[in-house]
Design a protein around this ligand. Sequence first.
Ligand SMILES: C[S@@+](CC[C@H](N)C(=O)[O-])C[C@H]1O[C@@H](n2cnc3c(N)ncnc32)[C@H](O)[C@@H]1O
Length: 256
Amino acid sequence: MRGDVLVSEILEQTMAQYDEIADLYDAGNDRIGPFRRHVEEHTFWNIAGSVDGLTVFDVACGDGAYSRALAERGAKVVAMDQSAEMIRIAQQVEKEQELGIEYLVQDATELASVGQFDLVTAIYLLHYAPSEEALESMCRGLRANVKDGGRLITLAFNPEIDPARADMTKYGFRLKLPELEDGAECSIEVLLDPPFGFSFFYWSKDVHVRALENAGFKNVVWHNSICSPEGLAEYPAGFWDGYLHNPHAVFISCEV
Ligand SMILES: C[S@@+](CC[C@H](N)C(=O)[O-])C[C@H]1O[C@@H](n2cnc3c(N)ncnc32)[C@H](O)[C@@H]1O
């Protein structure tokens, strides 16, 4: 159990790490691209379906990769991240390639309603919560922004990952996993030149579901990862199997 002071220090460190690696993360998006494009994004779009005409709030938007993809497909997007550096990069791209996305700097553990959206997305957010309270607080903040009849799609660290089969080097990253118990600190290294990494926290499936349901979400669904037909065609047979059978992150959708 961590005390409140320690939890807020951990939260500050977790938040600061993205300011430091923002440029590398932005550049890395292209290089870790095959995995993100063929599996992660393909799975996301399979769940999201058409977003044309929807209002979307993209929480923990980072450099805005999903925010732009959503806007390009016809959504009206507001996006936010706690990292001022990430938002600076996202706004710079918005200046060069205007899509009408509004970017905000905010902490998702203290998120109030900024609107009522058809869809809230939070791609790689929940595992940055350093305590169960912070996780529930994030879920309440997400819930406060979904309109009645709307939904949340989030991508979180896979609570059911098998560490013994979690060698992800061929997909462009490496995981450092301690014994997986709630609140355990884990880390990921993105294998670029230079490599960079960041840390996050393990939360079990029960803890996720409890936090989402306590926040007012229902019909919580965990989605299998799938690979695009292009990804299957482009890589040798079986290349994606290791990831698809033991993904490091898993999409969750739920409704209000
Ligand atoms: C792995 S990046 C993902 C960025 C983006 N969603 C994407 O898929 O490219 C995780 C992001 O979560 C943000 N983040 C972590 N903790 C947060 C918090 N408490 N509030 C808002 N954003 C947070 C980080 O700043 C970082 O930009």
